[in-house]
Design a protein. Structure first.
Length: 311
């Protein structure tokens, strides 16, 4: 079986399922999403760094999330844009492994970060007097490093496990980037262990984070509703958007990773993979930052300063 593994030296990324007639449309949508995502996240990163009033734990998490989102979308989209224009869709086995490794790190850390930020909101609203004691700078740095380390371990295990396999079926990878489910379909090895590992890690990571985020927001809702001087409407709408964002990310990731490979459809794969690699980085600045009063005021202050200096 290992002799067969040498048959595949590179993979072909499918790109657009409809050939050239749709390639330009995909290219335009991908490029505009990419540029908007970079712009939105750069704005948040700059504002939370430049404004002294924003040197808070929440801003630290927002800044880290914006850097993470720029990395996350840059792993897959620029390459997909170039491929759709040039028509050169080959990716080496090393390039494929690198893409899988980086996508898994970013997806894992993104999910952990969305959970940490839900926890931060819980402490701020439900235990305001202990907020600065609990969310101190050391804790913020330690929990960020722990998330990165978890991402490295999670990603290393899945990437290593995928490239132990031998590939002899075909070298056509379904969505617009290398991903574990599409590689498992191409393998002529027994992939049972890989599938069990994906199932277990998805249940632990996705399930654990989802339960934590949901519990945090239930407690936030109950605290806000009990408090006479808090406006429940704003907290409710912000929390609902956070939950919606997490649900989009988790459901698209789960469907891609846990559905049977026989049910795979090229266009459906493309849309689902775009949902978990492009939609969260694109929407996070809008949902997490521009609905945050302090961040909005900081954007106005910095823009105002800029206009004054130009005059």
């Amino acid at each position: 079986n290992m002799a067969n593994s040498t048959m595949v030296t590179e993979f072909l990324l499918l790109g657009s399922p409809d050939g050239w007639n749709m390639s330009f449309l995909y290219f335009t949508v991908f490029l505009l999403t990419y540029l908007s995502t970079l712009l939105g996240n750069l704005l948040i990163g700059t504002v939370t760094t430049a404004d002294q009033n924003l040197h808070t734990p929440m801003s630290f998490f927002l800044r880290t999330l914006s850097i993470l989102d720029m990395c996350f979308i840059s792993i897959t989209v620029p390459n997909a844009c170039v491929n759709s224009l040039t028509g050169n869709r080959t990716i080496s086995v090393t390039g494929c492994a690198t893409q899988i490794f980086l996508v898994h790190i970013c997806a894992c850390v993104e999910l952990l970060f969305l959970s940490i930020m839900a926890g931060d909101r819980y402490v701020a609203i439900c235990q305001p007097l202990q907020y600065h004691l609990i969310m101190n700078p050391q804790f913020c740095v330690h929990i960020t490093l722990a998330s990165l380390l978890s991402g490295l371990v999670y990603s290393g295990v899945h990437t290593g496990n995928s490239f132990w396999l031998s590939f002899c079926q075909s070298n056509m990878v379904h969505p617009f980037f290398c991903d574990v489910p599409s590689l498992l379909r191409l393998s002529c090895s027994d992939t049972t262990i890989n599938k069990v590992l994906i199932l277990l890690s998805s249940v632990v990571l996705c399930g654990g984070c989802f339960v934590f985020i949901t519990m945090s927001y239930i407690r936030i809702f109950s605290t806000v509703l009990k408090s006479p001087n808090r406006a429940p409407g704003k907290a409710f709408s912000t929390c609902t958007l956070h939950i919606l964002m997490v649900s989009v990310f988790l459901s698209s990731w789960t469907v891609v990773y846990l559905r049977p490979s026989a049910n795979s459809d090229a266009l459906q794969d493309l849309i689902l993979c775009a949902f978990y690699t492009m939609v969260p980085p694109f929407l996070n600045p809008l949902i997490y930052s521009l609905r945050n009063k302090e961040v909005k005021e900081a954007v106005r202050r910095i823009m105002g300063r800029q206009l004054l200096s130009e005059k």
